[in-house]
Design a protein around this ligand. Structure first.
Ligand SMILES: [Ca+2]
Ligand SMILES: [Ca+2]
Length: 205
C-alpha cells in the first residue's frame, strides 16, 4: 500500500471513529429529554409543599391532604386533596381557625397561616406556610415572616389564601425587601400585576 493509501485509510478510520462518537453523543442527547421529563413528572406529583416560619426544610407531597397533615402535625388528616377545593370549603376554613386556637398546636408550631399558589384561581403547585400561631390583631406589627421562599418558589406566586386573621404582604426581594404589595386580607384569586410572579419573601401582620 502506498503511503498515500495509508494516509487515506487512516483518515477514513478517524472519520468513522468521529462518526461513532457523534452517534453516541446523539443517543445520549436523545435520552436526556426523557430523563428530564421523568424529573418533571416527579416534581408534578409532589407539588403540594409546606414550610414553617419557624425554620426547617420545606417538604412536598402528592396531595394537599398530606401537606396539611404535615403542617398541622397530624391534627387535620382529611383536608381536600385539591387545594382549590379547600379554598372553597367553609368547613375546612372553620377547622383551621379552631386549630389556631389550640394551645397544643401553637406550642408545636403547627398552625397553618396561608397557602400560596403558582397560578391564578388557586391553580398549579401550592405552598402552605405554618407556624406558631395567628396574628395579634395589631396590623402595624409584623407577627411572622418567611424571609426566603423554598427553592423553586421565587417569582412564581399568583394567587393566595390566608387561613387566619393575618394580613399578608408580598415582597420582591428576600427578607421583606424590595417592592411590596398588600395587605391581602382574604382569599385572592389573582394578586395583580405589581407582585405577580415576583414574590421572594412574605410577611404576616
Ligand atoms: Ca401584628
Ligand atoms: Ca405564577
Amino acid at each position: 500500500m502506498s503511503p498515500h493509501g495509508i494516509t487515506a485509510l487512516s483518515t477514513r478510520s478517524r472519520t468513522l471513529t468521529v462518526t461513532t462518537a457523534l452517534l453516541l453523543t446523539a443517543a445520549a442527547a436523545a435520552a436526556l429529554p426523557a430523563t428530564q421529563a421523568n424529573a418533571a413528572q416527579r416534581d408534578d406529583s409532589r407539588q403540594h409543599c409546606v414550610v414553617s416560619t419557624s425554620g426547617g426544610a420545606p417538604q412536598c407531597y402528592a396531595s394537599f391532604t398530606e401537606a396539611v397533615e404535615r403542617a398541622t402535625g397530624g391534627r387535620v388528616t382529611d383536608a381536600p386533596a385539591d387545594a382549590r377545593e379547600a379554598v372553597r370549603d367553609d368547613d375546612f376554613r372553620t377547622r383551621t381557625r379552631q386549630l389556631a386556637g389550640s394551645r397544643a398546636a401553637q406550642e408545636d408550631g403547627e398552625v397553618i397561616q396561608g397557602t400560596f399558589f403558582e397560578d391564578s384561581g388557586y391553580g398549579g403547585a401550592d405552598l402552605t406556610i405554618y407556624g406558631e400561631g395567628l396574628c395579634d390583631g395589631d396590623k402595624d406589627s409584623r407577627d411572622w415572616r418567611l424571609d426566603q421562599l423554598p427553592e423553586g418558589w421565587d417569582d412564581r406566586i399568583t394567587s393566595l389564601q390566608p387561613w387566619s386573621n393575618c394580613e399578608v404582604w408580598l415582597h420582591s426581594e428576600p427578607e421583606l425587601n424590595g417592592d411590596k404589595d398588600g395587605p391581602f386580607k382574604s382569599q385572592t384569586p389573582d394578586i395583580g400585576s405589581i407582585m405577580n410572579d415576583r414574590t421572594r419573601s412574605i410577611g404576616f401582620n
